[in-house]
Design a protein around this ligand. Structure first.
Ligand SMILES: Nc1ncnc2c1ncn2[C@@H]1O[C@H](COP(=O)(O)OP(=O)(O)OP(=O)(O)O)[C@@H](O)[C@H]1O
Length: 269
Protein backbone atom coordinates (compact mmCIF):
# COMPACT_ATOMS: atom_id res chain seq x y z
CA UNK A 1 0.00 0.00 0.00
CA UNK A 2 1.24 3.50 -0.71
CA UNK A 3 2.45 5.11 2.47
CA UNK A 4 1.07 8.55 1.82
CA UNK A 5 -2.28 9.17 3.41
CA UNK A 6 -2.52 5.91 5.36
CA UNK A 7 -0.83 6.85 8.64
CA UNK A 8 -2.81 8.31 11.50
CA UNK A 9 -1.28 10.65 14.06
CA UNK A 10 -2.21 8.11 16.73
CA UNK A 11 -0.29 5.30 15.04
CA UNK A 12 2.76 7.47 14.45
CA UNK A 13 2.73 8.55 18.09
CA UNK A 14 2.40 5.04 19.51
CA UNK A 15 5.02 3.67 17.15
CA UNK A 16 7.70 6.23 17.72
CA UNK A 17 6.89 7.66 21.13
CA UNK A 18 6.56 11.25 20.08
CA UNK A 19 3.55 13.40 19.38
CA UNK A 20 3.04 14.25 15.76
CA UNK A 21 2.20 17.94 15.56
CA UNK A 22 1.87 18.21 11.79
CA UNK A 23 0.42 16.00 9.14
CA UNK A 24 -2.84 15.43 7.35
CA UNK A 25 -4.03 12.53 5.23
CA UNK A 26 -1.90 12.60 2.11
CA UNK A 27 0.84 14.75 3.58
CA UNK A 28 4.23 13.84 4.89
CA UNK A 29 4.21 13.79 8.69
CA UNK A 30 7.09 16.05 9.45
CA UNK A 31 7.37 18.96 11.86
CA UNK A 32 10.04 21.36 10.75
CA UNK A 33 9.91 23.63 13.80
CA UNK A 34 13.56 24.23 14.65
CA UNK A 35 15.02 23.08 17.95
CA UNK A 36 18.40 24.64 18.54
CA UNK A 37 20.97 22.04 19.47
CA UNK A 38 23.46 23.63 21.83
CA UNK A 39 26.95 22.57 22.75
CA UNK A 40 28.10 23.36 26.28
CA UNK A 41 31.89 23.68 26.32
CA UNK A 42 33.53 20.69 28.00
CA UNK A 43 30.27 18.70 27.98
CA UNK A 44 29.79 18.87 24.23
CA UNK A 45 30.56 15.16 23.77
CA UNK A 46 28.30 14.08 26.66
CA UNK A 47 25.08 12.63 25.23
CA UNK A 48 23.44 12.09 28.63
CA UNK A 49 24.17 13.79 31.93
CA UNK A 50 21.88 13.29 34.95
CA UNK A 51 22.24 14.43 38.53
CA UNK A 52 20.06 13.44 41.51
CA UNK A 53 17.27 12.53 39.12
CA UNK A 54 13.97 11.68 40.80
CA UNK A 55 10.49 10.79 39.62
CA UNK A 56 7.19 10.06 41.28
CA UNK A 57 4.24 8.63 39.40
CA UNK A 58 0.86 10.19 40.23
CA UNK A 59 -0.93 8.38 43.07
CA UNK A 60 2.27 6.50 44.06
CA UNK A 61 3.68 7.01 47.55
CA UNK A 62 7.30 6.21 46.65
CA UNK A 63 9.82 8.26 44.75
CA UNK A 64 12.13 6.64 42.22
CA UNK A 65 15.67 7.98 42.76
CA UNK A 66 18.17 7.22 39.98
CA UNK A 67 21.97 6.99 40.11
CA UNK A 68 23.77 9.72 38.17
CA UNK A 69 24.60 8.98 34.54
CA UNK A 70 27.40 10.41 32.38
CA UNK A 71 27.29 8.90 28.91
CA UNK A 72 29.91 10.14 26.45
CA UNK A 73 29.17 10.06 22.74
CA UNK A 74 29.55 6.57 21.27
CA UNK A 75 29.49 4.72 24.62
CA UNK A 76 27.10 1.83 25.26
CA UNK A 77 25.40 1.72 28.67
CA UNK A 78 23.70 -1.35 30.16
CA UNK A 79 21.10 -0.66 32.85
CA UNK A 80 20.02 -3.59 34.93
CA UNK A 81 17.54 -3.89 37.79
CA UNK A 82 14.73 -6.06 39.12
CA UNK A 83 11.15 -5.68 38.00
CA UNK A 84 9.69 -2.44 39.33
CA UNK A 85 13.07 -0.79 39.97
CA UNK A 86 12.27 1.95 37.45
CA UNK A 87 14.12 0.94 34.26
CA UNK A 88 11.26 1.88 31.91
CA UNK A 89 10.57 5.03 33.94
CA UNK A 90 14.20 6.09 33.56
CA UNK A 91 14.01 5.57 29.78
CA UNK A 92 10.82 7.65 29.66
CA UNK A 93 12.76 10.50 31.31
CA UNK A 94 15.84 10.11 29.07
CA UNK A 95 13.62 10.11 25.99
CA UNK A 96 11.76 13.22 27.18
CA UNK A 97 8.38 11.52 27.35
CA UNK A 98 8.18 12.58 31.01
CA UNK A 99 9.68 15.65 32.62
CA UNK A 100 11.75 15.01 35.78
CA UNK A 101 10.25 15.83 39.15
CA UNK A 102 13.63 16.81 40.60
CA UNK A 103 17.28 16.81 39.55
CA UNK A 104 19.31 17.62 36.46
CA UNK A 105 18.66 15.94 33.12
CA UNK A 106 20.65 16.93 30.06
CA UNK A 107 20.31 14.95 26.84
CA UNK A 108 22.04 16.04 23.63
CA UNK A 109 23.24 19.11 25.55
CA UNK A 110 19.66 20.20 26.29
CA UNK A 111 18.16 20.68 29.75
CA UNK A 112 15.02 18.58 29.30
CA UNK A 113 13.35 20.10 32.38
CA UNK A 114 13.34 23.48 30.62
CA UNK A 115 12.00 22.30 27.27
CA UNK A 116 8.29 22.29 26.45
CA UNK A 117 6.62 18.98 25.65
CA UNK A 118 6.67 19.88 21.95
CA UNK A 119 10.38 20.68 22.00
CA UNK A 120 11.14 17.43 23.83
CA UNK A 121 9.14 15.58 21.15
CA UNK A 122 11.13 17.32 18.41
CA UNK A 123 14.46 16.58 20.08
CA UNK A 124 13.48 12.91 20.38
CA UNK A 125 12.27 12.73 16.78
CA UNK A 126 15.52 14.22 15.46
CA UNK A 127 18.13 12.72 17.77
CA UNK A 128 16.89 9.63 19.65
CA UNK A 129 15.84 6.22 18.34
CA UNK A 130 13.64 4.21 20.72
CA UNK A 131 13.17 0.43 20.71
CA UNK A 132 10.12 -0.39 22.80
CA UNK A 133 9.70 -3.58 24.79
CA UNK A 134 6.60 -4.47 22.71
CA UNK A 135 8.18 -2.98 19.52
CA UNK A 136 5.11 -0.77 18.74
CA UNK A 137 5.22 -1.52 15.02
CA UNK A 138 2.39 -0.01 12.97
CA UNK A 139 0.28 -3.08 12.08
CA UNK A 140 -0.82 -2.00 8.59
CA UNK A 141 2.63 -0.90 7.38
CA UNK A 142 5.06 -3.46 6.01
CA UNK A 143 8.54 -3.90 7.49
CA UNK A 144 10.22 -1.40 5.15
CA UNK A 145 7.59 1.28 5.74
CA UNK A 146 7.79 0.80 9.50
CA UNK A 147 11.54 1.35 9.32
CA UNK A 148 11.31 4.53 7.23
CA UNK A 149 8.67 6.06 9.54
CA UNK A 150 11.12 8.28 11.50
CA UNK A 151 12.25 9.83 8.20
CA UNK A 152 8.67 11.04 7.65
CA UNK A 153 8.60 12.58 11.12
CA UNK A 154 12.02 14.24 11.11
CA UNK A 155 13.66 16.16 8.29
CA UNK A 156 17.04 15.58 9.97
CA UNK A 157 16.59 11.79 10.07
CA UNK A 158 15.38 11.88 6.45
CA UNK A 159 18.43 13.84 5.30
CA UNK A 160 20.85 11.61 7.17
CA UNK A 161 19.20 8.46 5.80
CA UNK A 162 19.75 9.66 2.21
CA UNK A 163 17.40 7.32 0.32
CA UNK A 164 15.24 6.01 3.21
CA UNK A 165 13.89 2.93 1.41
CA UNK A 166 17.35 1.85 0.31
CA UNK A 167 18.83 2.62 3.74
CA UNK A 168 16.04 0.60 5.38
CA UNK A 169 16.85 -2.37 3.14
CA UNK A 170 20.54 -2.12 4.00
CA UNK A 171 19.83 -1.89 7.73
CA UNK A 172 17.40 -4.82 7.73
CA UNK A 173 19.88 -6.91 5.77
CA UNK A 174 22.65 -6.03 8.25
CA UNK A 175 20.30 -7.06 11.08
CA UNK A 176 19.72 -10.43 9.37
CA UNK A 177 16.08 -9.99 8.36
CA UNK A 178 15.35 -12.42 5.51
CA UNK A 179 14.65 -10.62 2.20
CA UNK A 180 11.16 -12.11 1.89
CA UNK A 181 10.12 -10.32 5.11
CA UNK A 182 10.68 -6.78 3.80
CA UNK A 183 7.21 -6.30 2.38
CA UNK A 184 5.33 -8.30 5.00
CA UNK A 185 3.17 -6.84 7.78
CA UNK A 186 4.36 -7.20 11.41
CA UNK A 187 1.65 -9.75 12.31
CA UNK A 188 3.15 -12.20 9.80
CA UNK A 189 6.68 -11.90 11.26
CA UNK A 190 8.18 -13.86 14.16
CA UNK A 191 9.02 -12.03 17.39
CA UNK A 192 12.72 -12.04 16.47
CA UNK A 193 11.94 -10.62 13.02
CA UNK A 194 9.70 -7.89 14.51
CA UNK A 195 12.50 -7.07 16.88
CA UNK A 196 14.90 -6.50 13.97
CA UNK A 197 12.39 -4.21 12.29
CA UNK A 198 12.03 -2.20 15.51
CA UNK A 199 15.82 -1.95 15.82
CA UNK A 200 16.23 -0.80 12.21
CA UNK A 201 13.55 1.84 12.79
CA UNK A 202 15.49 3.18 15.78
CA UNK A 203 18.77 3.17 13.83
CA UNK A 204 17.63 4.80 10.57
CA UNK A 205 18.90 8.34 10.11
CA UNK A 206 21.77 7.64 12.53
CA UNK A 207 20.35 9.31 15.66
CA UNK A 208 23.13 10.06 18.19
CA UNK A 209 21.28 8.07 20.89
CA UNK A 210 19.44 4.72 20.87
CA UNK A 211 17.25 3.79 23.86
CA UNK A 212 16.25 0.12 24.08
CA UNK A 213 13.75 -1.19 26.63
CA UNK A 214 14.27 -4.95 27.15
CA UNK A 215 13.79 -5.80 23.46
CA UNK A 216 15.30 -9.26 23.96
CA UNK A 217 12.98 -10.49 26.69
CA UNK A 218 11.08 -12.86 24.36
CA UNK A 219 14.17 -14.44 22.78
CA UNK A 220 16.23 -17.53 23.55
CA UNK A 221 19.84 -17.11 24.63
CA UNK A 222 21.49 -17.55 21.21
CA UNK A 223 19.15 -15.15 19.42
CA UNK A 224 19.34 -12.68 22.28
CA UNK A 225 23.15 -12.45 22.19
CA UNK A 226 23.21 -12.30 18.41
CA UNK A 227 20.64 -9.50 18.35
CA UNK A 228 22.53 -7.42 20.92
CA UNK A 229 25.77 -7.81 18.94
CA UNK A 230 24.07 -6.81 15.67
CA UNK A 231 22.42 -3.81 17.31
CA UNK A 232 25.64 -2.59 18.90
CA UNK A 233 27.62 -3.12 15.68
CA UNK A 234 25.15 -1.01 13.72
CA UNK A 235 25.06 1.65 16.43
CA UNK A 236 28.87 1.76 16.41
CA UNK A 237 28.86 2.10 12.61
CA UNK A 238 26.57 5.13 13.01
CA UNK A 239 28.54 6.52 15.99
CA UNK A 240 25.34 6.25 18.10
CA UNK A 241 25.39 5.91 21.87
CA UNK A 242 23.17 3.15 23.26
CA UNK A 243 21.26 2.80 26.53
CA UNK A 244 19.92 -0.73 26.89
CA UNK A 245 17.82 -1.80 29.87
CA UNK A 246 17.30 -5.40 30.93
CA UNK A 247 16.89 -7.54 34.01
CA UNK A 248 19.25 -10.08 32.43
CA UNK A 249 22.84 -9.82 33.79
CA UNK A 250 24.18 -12.11 31.05
CA UNK A 251 23.91 -9.27 28.54
CA UNK A 252 26.15 -6.92 30.52
CA UNK A 253 29.36 -8.21 28.89
CA UNK A 254 28.44 -6.57 25.57
CA UNK A 255 28.48 -3.05 27.05
CA UNK A 256 31.17 -0.53 27.98
CA UNK A 257 29.27 1.06 30.90
CA UNK A 258 27.02 -0.52 33.52
CA UNK A 259 24.46 0.79 35.96
CA UNK A 260 22.40 -1.13 38.50
CA UNK A 261 19.04 0.07 39.78
CA UNK A 262 17.92 -1.25 43.14
CA UNK A 263 14.42 -2.37 44.03
CA UNK A 264 14.39 -0.35 47.26
CA UNK A 265 12.99 3.12 46.56
CA UNK A 266 12.59 6.13 48.82
CA UNK A 267 9.33 6.89 50.51
CA UNK A 268 8.16 10.43 50.13
CA UNK A 269 8.43 12.26 53.51
N1 LIG B 1 2.14 4.85 34.32
C1 LIG B 1 2.38 4.56 35.60
N2 LIG B 1 1.58 5.04 36.58
C2 LIG B 1 1.80 4.77 37.88
N3 LIG B 1 2.86 4.03 38.32
C3 LIG B 1 3.70 3.53 37.39
C4 LIG B 1 3.51 3.77 36.00
N4 LIG B 1 4.51 3.15 35.32
C5 LIG B 1 5.27 2.54 36.25
N5 LIG B 1 4.79 2.78 37.50
C6 LIG B 1 5.37 2.30 38.76
O1 LIG B 1 6.72 2.75 38.81
C7 LIG B 1 7.57 1.72 39.34
C8 LIG B 1 8.66 1.43 38.32
O2 LIG B 1 8.07 0.86 37.16
P1 LIG B 1 8.92 0.58 35.83
O3 LIG B 1 7.98 0.06 34.80
O4 LIG B 1 9.71 1.79 35.50
O5 LIG B 1 9.91 -0.57 36.34
P2 LIG B 1 10.79 -1.60 35.49
O6 LIG B 1 12.09 -1.73 36.23
O7 LIG B 1 10.88 -1.15 34.07
O8 LIG B 1 9.94 -2.92 35.60
P3 LIG B 1 9.86 -4.20 34.61
O9 LIG B 1 11.23 -4.85 34.60
O10 LIG B 1 8.84 -5.08 35.29
O11 LIG B 1 9.43 -3.72 33.26
C9 LIG B 1 6.68 0.53 39.65
O12 LIG B 1 6.36 0.56 41.03
C10 LIG B 1 5.43 0.78 38.82
O13 LIG B 1 4.28 0.24 39.44
Amino acid sequence: MALRGCLSEYDATVATGFTVTAGYPGETLCNNNPVFYLNHGHDRHMVIKTENLRWQWPDQSTTLAFPDIRLPSGDHLFIRGPSGSGKSTLLSLLSGLNRPLEGGLEVHGQDLARLSGGDRDRLRADRTGVIFQQFNLVPYLNALDNVTLPCRLSAIRHRKAGQPQQTARTLLQALDLPADCLTRKPSTLSIGQQQRVAAARALIGAPPLILADEPTSALDTDNRDRFVRLLLDQAAANGSSVVFVSHDPALAEHFTQHLELSSGQESRP
